[in-house]
Design a protein around this ligand. Sequence first.
Ligand code: SF4
Length: 212
Amino acid sequence: MKTKKQINEELMVIHHLFPSNQTELIRKTPFQLLVAVILSAQSTDKQVNKVTSTLFQHISYPQDILILGENTLKEQIRSLGLYITKAHNIYKMSWQLLSEKYKWVIPRRIEELTQLAWVGIKTAKVVAHQLYGEPYIAVDTHVHRVCQRLWWVKSKAPEQTSKLIEWLIYDTHKYLAHHALILFGRYHCKARNPLCEVCPLQKHCTYFGKMR
Ligand code: SF4
């Protein structure tokens, strides 16, 4: 395994390749972001943006979902995976946000976010990062793969990788790590045909070393 110092130096190389700190999910309001992140489970950002380009013409706040109704919502997101469950939970979550407990405000703390319907740890981290600038790193399959290939961690599942890199990445680097790692995994260190020939991390990469 590599040292914390090596890992954080390699992270900065990745950050220089992908300096954006913004999600690719298109939205205008915090509630739209929350809905888009929920919709992105098992769907690509591109698929979600296609659906929300129409949906968000009518949906900006939780009450808009209640006016739209669960069945219409279901129809509008039909092209996405798990659309029945997603529609049900977005509807339920909208009621929750309008309750006395939340008072229309999307919470900042992970503990409160994860009490909303469908919001798991990964979704909560993405939302807290994007809305409140919290230094969380949400580990999806892309980030998990990158961490394994670069031999930052050795783990079987994203959840385990998440716990390990929270400890390995310096606090000062956590905020920028989130998108840098997601985009690096999505567009550069891809599952199939990674761009190894032009990768600045070649000589640090276990996967590349084995492939030669
Ligand atoms: Fe990924 Fe290839 Fe770069 Fe290694 S050398 S980090 S496998 S793109």
